[in-house]
Design a protein around this ligand. Structure first.
Ligand SMILES: *Cc1c(COP(=O)(O)O)cnc(C)c1O
Length: 351
């Protein structure tokens, strides 16, 4: 047989890339991926809404996802022309970089996907360290904007994995100075006490806001959306794959979003559990939790590798942030019982 060296066929930027690792680790209590502990869909709705859908599985879904887009637009008082849906916001990050190109600037530590997709598409990533408070280092960012002229800037606020919101003044300054696109990734906005950047959309043509249903109880559906000026949406829409939101996701997301009260209740439960969990963690001597506006808490622990392993042996899976924020673990806020089990296990582990 002919010998073919696959490695030599792969583009160098892809060959040197590590695949995003999202391993499924068996555990009793899963607090590693910032998911909601509550499925934001009431199964009673299945009977009258989704049954119909199964009869049309032979057809492609609506390529524009009009119904779902209409509901989302109405919820935020904007027009469908201001919205682009993605198969998760991950896909939208891909589309943004495919549309505008690089360099792509982002602070670190932050959501790793910005860097991974930049590299996958052969674009240069510019990573700028956050300051000691995990806030934006505006001096460094403004200098990089001037010198390197990034085409895209990604700011996750609240930031993953640190949990804090960046100062709005600093974000505003960056939007004002940048002559290209600034994406404020508001994946965790529903858990935050700050108002977010939606109200500023009208004032800044280069502002793009990214949201997702993943952290509010519908991660399995893979639905994220961009909110921006119609001119931006029109361009990004050109690189979108025609049927990127599947039939079931369109139907279930539309149905779930009608039940705003239930979603709101779940979110406030998570926020109050987060406050309790933060207080309890603060009480533990050798633990330092960092202030958070998201549905997770980053905390420092003496021996993070060991603590992580020992927690897993007790059935509790959290995320080890080794190599991202050294010495830190990230725990997702779960149900009251899950959080209690986590606290109990953690206290045993660090003894
Ligand atoms: C989880 C997360 C996302 C990914 O959302 P999906 O819609 O599930 O792809 C985007 N941005 C940040 C900062 C996240 O933490």
């Amino acid at each position: 047989m002919k010998k073919i060296e696959i490695k030599k066929l792969v583009r160098p930027n892809v060959h040197s890339l590590n695949a995003y690792s999202a391993k499924e680790i068996p555990c009793k209590i899963k607090l590693d991926a910032n998911e909601s502990p509550y499925s934001a869909f009431s199964v009673q709705r299945l009977a009258f809404s989704v049954k119909k859908i199964f009869q049309t599985l032979n057809r492609y879904p609506d390529p524009e996802a009009k119904v779902l887009k209409g509901i989302i637009a109405k919820n935020i008082n904007l027009k469908p022309e201001n919205i682009l849906l993605g198969n998760g916001s991950d896909e939208l990050i891909y589309y943004l970089i495919a549309t505008f190109g690089g360099p792509v600037l982002y602070p670190v530590p932050t959501f790793s996907i910005y860097g991974i997709i930049s590299q996958a598409l052969g674009e240069k990533g510019i990573a700028i360290k956050l300051d000691k408070e995990f806030d934006l280092n505006t001096d460094k960012i403004l200098t990089a904007i001037k010198k390197l002229r990034p085409k895209l800037i990604f700011l996750s606020s609240p930031n993953n994995p640190t949990g804090n919101c960046f100062s709005s003044d600093k974000i505003l300054k960056i939007i004002e100075v940048s002559r290209s696109i600034v994406v404020v990734d508001e994946a965790y906005q529903p858990f935050s006490s700050e108002r977010g950047f939606l109200p500023l959309l009208r004032d800044y043509k280069n502002l793009v806001i990214m949201r997702t249903l993943s952290k509010i109880g519908l991660a399995g559906l893979r639905v994220g959306f961009l909110i921006a000026d119609a001119g931006i949406i029109k361009e990004v829409n050109k690189v979108r794959l025609p049927f990127n939101i599947n039939l079931l996701s369109q139907a279930i997301a539309a149905e779930a979003l009608k039940n705003k009260r239930m979603m709101g209740r779940y979110i406030s439960t998570i926020v109050s559990e987060r406050e309790r969990l933060f207080d309890e963690l603060s009480e533990i001597k050798s633990i330092k939790p960092y202030p958070t506006e998201a549905n997770f808490i980053l905390f420092k622990v003496k021996n993070s590798d060991k603590a992580c392993q020992k927690l897993l042996r007790r059935g509790v899976l959290v995320r080890n942030m080794k190599g991202v924020v050294n010495g830190c673990l990230r725990v997702t806020v779960g149900t009251k019982n899950e959080n209690n089990s986590f606290l109990k296990a953690l206290k045993e582990v660090i003894k």
